[in-house]
Design a protein around this ligand. Structure first.
Ligand code: CAA
Length: 384
């Protein structure tokens, strides 16, 4: 519960997604983790439920929901399947919202209905082999030739790189202008010169594909530029602000799942003649973990509410992401410990949650980058 009361509509969305997630996604999450099968069918169902363009207005096929409803839904999806949650998160926060905010009317009408229906999945390509935390150092270029741009370069760690129907890619249109010389383009899958490269074999989030995308003389019409020339870095940073609230939501969902599994285990496991839930050491763990999850949830709600009020929320999104992603790593580790030897087996979901959570402190900006953003926000505050 946030410090404000959720509306009936927000509660209804939460309960609808909880039911879907715990019935449908949970049933196949362990199998997907094993086979690495992309949850295409589930994502389509989620499109039908209105979860794949939640904050997009109805005129473009979305739900017109607020960010509070979105984080409630995303946490519920992450509770059962973190792989599905990251696809939902990148698709909603960075792809759909960037097109809504920066796209031309023609781009919105062409792409948003396909995205909101989950007929296609969206990806976002900023990172390169040598440009992760420092995206201004990227080397991908887009050269204007008549009414087209020719893109050349390599992107790395792209969520849904193989399974996406379109990707928003950043590329340098003017090297001399540093971040102001970066532009963003919408590139449809199947465009000649867009090649899916290496697919990572990851420790967690295994059903969400993470790939290299290679652009080899990949030509797109000039009208596929998102925003104006030189807007690419701003588009990426704005998208990541929203994306980082999404990672906080994923962290809250996975942490709540880990705690619920650990509580169930502790109430069923006998040692020294008692259920282990009777031991004070373990009860203190549970109390501390529940408190940490609640603190992360409040930070997530606070950043989401600021976004909904159209206030600048960059610093709050980073605080929520930093605290929640570090929290879920502490909590999945402790919940695995409560499971003892069984915690490292595939008989219980906790080992998957432990692996899935690990990347949360890394993607969409490492914890260290969140501290850069937060300290920048504080030190640039003119009142200080
Ligand atoms: N919103 C809008 N504009 C912003 C902004 C924001 N949140 N942050 C910065 N900007 C603008 C600034 O206003 C500035 O613009 P002007 O020059 O016009 O004033 C410009 O961007 C440059 O700002 P900075 O000098 O602060 O930029 P910087 O180069 O020092 O970088 C940074 C700042 C925070 C370190 C940034 O580079 C960053 O966030 N790095 C991490 C990148 C990241 O998260 N990568 C993850 C990729 S996505 C992913 O994980 C894959 C996936 O699919 C899940």
């Amino acid at each position: 519960m946030p410090f404000f009361k959720l509306t009936d509509e927000q509660l209804m969305i939460q309960s609808m997604v909880r039911e879907f997630s715990r019935k449908v996604l949970a049933a196949t999450a362990a199998e997907r983790d094993k086979t690495k099968e992309f949850p295409a069918g589930n994502l389509k169902q989620m499109g039908d439920l209105g979860l794949m363009g939640m904050m997009i207005p109805p005129e473009y096929g979305g739900e017109g929901a607020d960010t509070i409803s979105y984080v409630l839904a995303l946490s519920e999806v992450a509770y059962s399947c973190a792989s599905t949650a990251v696809v939902m998160s990148v698709h909603n926060s960075i792809v759909c919202e960037s097109i809504l905010k920066f796209g031309s009317e023609a781009q919105k009408q062409k792409y948003l209905p396909q995205l909101t229906d989950a007929d296609i999945i969206g990806a976002f390509a900023l990172t390169e082999p040598h440009a992760g935390s420092d995206p201004v150092a990227q080397m991908t270029t887009a050269e204007k030739k008549g009414d087209r741009y020719v893109i050349n370069g390599s992107k790395r760690f792209i969520t849904s790189g193989k399974n996406c129907g379109l990707v928003i890619v950043t590329a340098k249109t003017d090297e001399s202008k540093k971040h102001k010389g970066i532009s963003a383009f919408i590139v449809e899958q199947g465009t000649p010169g867009l090649i899916v490269g290496n697919i990572e074999d990851k420790m967690g989030l295994r059903a969400s594909d993470t790939t290299d995308l290679i652009f080899e003389n990949c030509e797109v019409p000039a009208e596929n530029m998102l925003g104006n020339e030189g807007d690419g870095f701003k588009i990426a940073m704005t998208g990541l602000d929203g994306g980082r609230i999404g990672i906080a939501a994923q962290s809250v969902g996975v942490a709540q799942a880990a705690l619920d599994h650990a509580v169930k285990y502790a109430k069923g496991r006998d040692q020294f003649g008692h259920k282990i839930s009777k031991f004070q050491g373990l009860r203190w763990y549970i109390a501390e973990m529940a408190t940490e999850i609640e603190a992360a949830r409040q930070l997530m709600f606070s950043a989401a509410a600021m976004k909904d009020r159209k206030e600048k929320y960059t610093m709050q999104a980073s605080m929520a992401k930093l605290f929640a992603s570090e929290m879920v790593n502490r909590i999945t580790g402790k919940c695995l410990q409560i499971h003892g030897g069984y915690g490292v087996t595939k008989d219980y979901p906790i080992e998957r949650l432990y692996r899935d959570a690990r990347v949360f402190t890394i993607y969409e900006g490492t914890s260290e980058i969140q501290k850069v953003v937060i300290s920048n926000g504080i030190l640039k505050d003119k009142r200080k």
